[in-house]
Design a protein around this ligand. Structure first.
Ligand code: IMP
Length: 230
Protein backbone atom coordinates (compact mmCIF):
# COMPACT_ATOMS: atom_id res chain seq x y z
CA UNK A 1 0.00 0.00 0.00
CA UNK A 2 1.27 3.46 -0.78
CA UNK A 3 0.96 6.29 1.66
CA UNK A 4 0.98 9.89 0.53
CA UNK A 5 2.74 12.19 2.89
CA UNK A 6 2.51 15.89 2.44
CA UNK A 7 5.58 17.78 3.62
CA UNK A 8 5.59 21.21 5.18
CA UNK A 9 7.07 22.72 2.05
CA UNK A 10 4.90 20.76 -0.35
CA UNK A 11 1.84 22.15 -2.06
CA UNK A 12 -1.31 20.07 -2.26
CA UNK A 13 -0.12 18.51 -5.52
CA UNK A 14 3.44 17.88 -4.43
CA UNK A 15 3.21 14.86 -2.19
CA UNK A 16 5.88 12.34 -1.32
CA UNK A 17 5.01 8.65 -1.37
CA UNK A 18 5.85 6.05 1.25
CA UNK A 19 5.67 2.30 1.23
CA UNK A 20 3.10 1.89 3.98
CA UNK A 21 3.53 -1.86 4.51
CA UNK A 22 5.75 -0.85 7.39
CA UNK A 23 6.90 2.64 8.22
CA UNK A 24 10.22 2.71 10.01
CA UNK A 25 10.50 5.63 12.34
CA UNK A 26 13.66 6.65 14.15
CA UNK A 27 13.27 8.15 17.59
CA UNK A 28 15.64 11.04 18.36
CA UNK A 29 16.03 10.60 22.10
CA UNK A 30 18.40 9.17 24.64
CA UNK A 31 15.53 8.55 27.06
CA UNK A 32 15.07 4.78 27.34
CA UNK A 33 11.69 5.31 29.07
CA UNK A 34 10.37 7.09 25.99
CA UNK A 35 11.70 4.39 23.64
CA UNK A 36 9.95 1.70 25.71
CA UNK A 37 6.67 3.58 25.58
CA UNK A 38 6.83 4.35 21.85
CA UNK A 39 7.80 0.74 21.01
CA UNK A 40 4.83 -0.49 23.01
CA UNK A 41 2.53 2.07 21.37
CA UNK A 42 3.66 1.04 17.87
CA UNK A 43 3.27 -2.65 18.69
CA UNK A 44 0.88 -4.33 16.25
CA UNK A 45 0.69 -1.33 13.91
CA UNK A 46 2.38 -0.63 10.60
CA UNK A 47 4.82 1.64 12.41
CA UNK A 48 8.12 0.41 13.83
CA UNK A 49 10.12 2.58 16.19
CA UNK A 50 13.85 2.29 16.79
CA UNK A 51 16.43 4.62 18.24
CA UNK A 52 18.08 6.86 15.66
CA UNK A 53 21.39 5.10 14.91
CA UNK A 54 24.44 6.79 16.47
CA UNK A 55 22.12 9.28 18.17
CA UNK A 56 24.59 10.09 20.95
CA UNK A 57 27.40 10.78 18.47
CA UNK A 58 25.42 13.26 16.36
CA UNK A 59 25.73 17.02 16.92
CA UNK A 60 23.24 17.70 19.72
CA UNK A 61 20.16 19.87 19.34
CA UNK A 62 19.94 22.51 22.06
CA UNK A 63 16.38 22.53 23.42
CA UNK A 64 16.28 26.15 24.48
CA UNK A 65 12.90 27.30 23.11
CA UNK A 66 10.12 28.47 25.41
CA UNK A 67 7.53 26.04 24.06
CA UNK A 68 7.28 22.26 23.76
CA UNK A 69 6.23 22.64 20.11
CA UNK A 70 9.27 24.64 19.06
CA UNK A 71 11.61 22.22 20.80
CA UNK A 72 9.93 19.14 19.31
CA UNK A 73 9.85 20.55 15.78
CA UNK A 74 13.40 21.87 16.02
CA UNK A 75 14.67 18.54 17.30
CA UNK A 76 12.87 16.53 14.60
CA UNK A 77 14.13 18.81 11.83
CA UNK A 78 17.68 18.79 13.16
CA UNK A 79 18.01 15.01 13.48
CA UNK A 80 16.10 14.27 10.26
CA UNK A 81 19.08 15.66 8.37
CA UNK A 82 21.14 12.67 9.56
CA UNK A 83 18.77 9.91 8.36
CA UNK A 84 16.85 8.79 5.31
CA UNK A 85 13.96 7.47 7.38
CA UNK A 86 11.28 9.48 9.18
CA UNK A 87 12.57 10.91 12.46
CA UNK A 88 10.26 11.38 15.44
CA UNK A 89 11.14 13.73 18.26
CA UNK A 90 9.02 14.71 21.19
CA UNK A 91 9.25 17.37 23.80
CA UNK A 92 7.29 16.63 26.89
CA UNK A 93 7.15 17.68 30.48
CA UNK A 94 5.14 18.41 33.56
CA UNK A 95 3.27 21.70 33.90
CA UNK A 96 2.17 22.82 37.37
CA UNK A 97 -0.14 25.86 37.22
CA UNK A 98 0.48 26.69 40.92
CA UNK A 99 4.19 27.07 40.06
CA UNK A 100 3.50 29.31 37.04
CA UNK A 101 3.93 26.35 34.69
CA UNK A 102 7.20 25.02 36.12
CA UNK A 103 8.99 22.72 35.55
CA UNK A 104 7.48 22.85 32.02
CA UNK A 105 10.03 22.79 29.21
CA UNK A 106 12.75 22.51 31.87
CA UNK A 107 11.34 19.26 33.29
CA UNK A 108 14.37 17.14 32.38
CA UNK A 109 16.87 19.59 33.91
CA UNK A 110 14.75 20.94 36.78
CA UNK A 111 17.36 19.87 39.34
CA UNK A 112 20.29 21.21 37.32
CA UNK A 113 22.36 19.73 34.48
CA UNK A 114 23.59 16.77 36.57
CA UNK A 115 20.40 16.21 38.57
CA UNK A 116 18.78 12.79 38.41
CA UNK A 117 15.07 12.10 37.93
CA UNK A 118 14.87 11.47 41.66
CA UNK A 119 16.46 14.89 42.32
CA UNK A 120 13.83 16.51 40.08
CA UNK A 121 11.03 14.76 41.95
CA UNK A 122 12.45 15.83 45.32
CA UNK A 123 12.87 19.43 44.18
CA UNK A 124 9.28 19.52 42.93
CA UNK A 125 7.93 17.99 46.15
CA UNK A 126 9.82 20.73 48.03
CA UNK A 127 8.27 23.45 45.85
CA UNK A 128 4.81 21.96 46.50
CA UNK A 129 5.13 21.92 50.28
CA UNK A 130 2.08 23.54 51.88
CA UNK A 131 0.07 23.41 48.66
CA UNK A 132 -3.20 21.51 48.90
CA UNK A 133 -6.29 20.60 46.90
CA UNK A 134 -6.53 22.22 43.49
CA UNK A 135 -3.11 23.82 43.98
CA UNK A 136 -1.65 20.34 43.45
CA UNK A 137 -3.08 20.07 39.94
CA UNK A 138 -0.55 19.15 37.26
CA UNK A 139 -0.56 18.32 33.59
CA UNK A 140 1.79 16.16 31.52
CA UNK A 141 2.16 17.62 28.01
CA UNK A 142 3.61 15.92 24.95
CA UNK A 143 4.30 17.40 21.53
CA UNK A 144 5.46 14.98 18.86
CA UNK A 145 7.02 16.16 15.61
CA UNK A 146 7.94 13.92 12.70
CA UNK A 147 10.27 15.08 9.96
CA UNK A 148 12.02 13.64 6.98
CA UNK A 149 15.24 15.02 5.54
CA UNK A 150 14.72 18.55 6.72
CA UNK A 151 10.94 18.87 6.28
CA UNK A 152 8.29 18.64 8.96
CA UNK A 153 5.60 16.06 8.14
CA UNK A 154 3.35 16.50 11.17
CA UNK A 155 3.17 17.99 14.64
CA UNK A 156 0.67 16.61 17.15
CA UNK A 157 0.16 17.24 20.84
CA UNK A 158 -1.90 16.11 23.79
CA UNK A 159 -1.94 16.24 27.57
CA UNK A 160 -3.23 14.43 30.64
CA UNK A 161 -4.43 16.08 33.85
CA UNK A 162 -3.66 14.78 37.31
CA UNK A 163 -2.60 15.82 40.78
CA UNK A 164 0.74 15.69 42.53
CA UNK A 165 1.15 13.15 45.33
CA UNK A 166 2.76 14.14 48.64
CA UNK A 167 5.46 11.50 48.22
CA UNK A 168 6.87 9.24 45.52
CA UNK A 169 5.01 5.94 45.00
CA UNK A 170 5.62 3.04 42.59
CA UNK A 171 8.48 1.60 40.58
CA UNK A 172 7.20 1.71 36.98
CA UNK A 173 7.71 4.45 34.41
CA UNK A 174 10.29 7.21 34.60
CA UNK A 175 10.77 10.87 35.45
CA UNK A 176 7.92 12.36 37.46
CA UNK A 177 5.68 9.26 37.21
CA UNK A 178 6.05 8.39 40.94
CA UNK A 179 4.35 11.65 41.96
CA UNK A 180 1.82 12.07 39.13
CA UNK A 181 -1.56 10.71 40.26
CA UNK A 182 -4.84 10.18 38.52
CA UNK A 183 -7.20 13.07 39.43
CA UNK A 184 -8.87 10.94 42.12
CA UNK A 185 -5.46 10.50 43.76
CA UNK A 186 -5.75 6.72 43.62
CA UNK A 187 -2.60 5.65 41.80
CA UNK A 188 0.51 7.30 40.44
CA UNK A 189 1.72 6.64 36.90
CA UNK A 190 4.55 4.61 38.49
CA UNK A 191 1.96 2.29 40.07
CA UNK A 192 0.32 1.25 36.80
CA UNK A 193 1.57 -1.02 34.02
CA UNK A 194 3.22 0.47 30.92
CA UNK A 195 0.19 -0.64 28.87
CA UNK A 196 -2.22 1.19 31.18
CA UNK A 197 -0.02 4.29 31.27
CA UNK A 198 -0.03 4.41 27.45
CA UNK A 199 -3.83 4.28 27.50
CA UNK A 200 -4.10 7.50 29.50
CA UNK A 201 -0.81 9.32 29.06
CA UNK A 202 -0.02 12.50 27.16
CA UNK A 203 2.42 10.47 25.01
CA UNK A 204 -0.06 7.69 24.28
CA UNK A 205 -2.79 10.16 23.29
CA UNK A 206 -0.47 12.21 21.09
CA UNK A 207 0.96 9.09 19.44
CA UNK A 208 -2.50 7.80 18.57
CA UNK A 209 -3.21 11.12 16.84
CA UNK A 210 -0.01 10.72 14.87
CA UNK A 211 -0.83 7.12 13.91
CA UNK A 212 -4.34 8.18 12.86
CA UNK A 213 -2.85 10.93 10.74
CA UNK A 214 -0.38 8.58 9.04
CA UNK A 215 -3.08 5.99 8.49
CA UNK A 216 -5.49 8.56 7.04
CA UNK A 217 -2.86 9.42 4.48
CA UNK A 218 -2.95 5.83 3.31
CA UNK A 219 -6.55 6.18 2.15
CA UNK A 220 -6.97 5.75 -1.63
CA UNK A 221 -8.13 9.35 -1.96
CA UNK A 222 -5.27 10.70 0.10
CA UNK A 223 -7.94 12.78 1.77
CA UNK A 224 -5.74 14.11 4.56
CA UNK A 225 -3.08 15.66 2.36
CA UNK A 226 -4.57 19.09 2.91
CA UNK A 227 -4.09 18.68 6.65
CA UNK A 228 -0.45 17.77 7.04
CA UNK A 229 -0.04 19.41 10.42
CA UNK A 230 -2.43 18.14 13.06
P1 IMP B 1 12.54 15.84 27.11
O1 IMP B 1 13.43 14.70 26.76
O2 IMP B 1 13.18 17.17 26.97
O3 IMP B 1 11.22 15.76 26.41
O4 IMP B 1 12.30 15.70 28.68
C1 IMP B 1 11.10 15.38 29.17
C2 IMP B 1 11.19 15.32 30.68
O5 IMP B 1 9.87 15.55 31.18
C3 IMP B 1 11.59 13.94 31.16
O6 IMP B 1 12.96 13.85 31.41
C4 IMP B 1 10.79 13.80 32.44
O7 IMP B 1 11.44 14.47 33.48
C5 IMP B 1 9.52 14.59 32.12
N1 IMP B 1 8.52 13.69 31.50
C6 IMP B 1 8.02 13.75 30.24
N2 IMP B 1 7.14 12.77 30.03
C7 IMP B 1 7.08 12.07 31.18
C8 IMP B 1 6.35 10.92 31.55
O8 IMP B 1 5.61 10.29 30.78
N3 IMP B 1 6.56 10.50 32.80
C9 IMP B 1 7.37 11.13 33.68
N4 IMP B 1 8.08 12.19 33.38
C10 IMP B 1 7.95 12.68 32.12
Amino acid sequence: MNCYLSTSAATHDEVATLDFETVNIFLASSNSGKLREYSELANGSALTIALLPNFTELPPFEECAATFAENAAGKALHYSRFAHEIVLADDSGLVVPALSGAPGVHSARYAGPNGTARDCVQKLLGQMEGKQGTERRARFVCVIAVARQGSILAVVSDFVEGILANEARGAEGFGYDPIFCFPDGSRTFAEISPVEKNRYSHRGKAFRKLAEFLNSLASPLGSATSNSTV
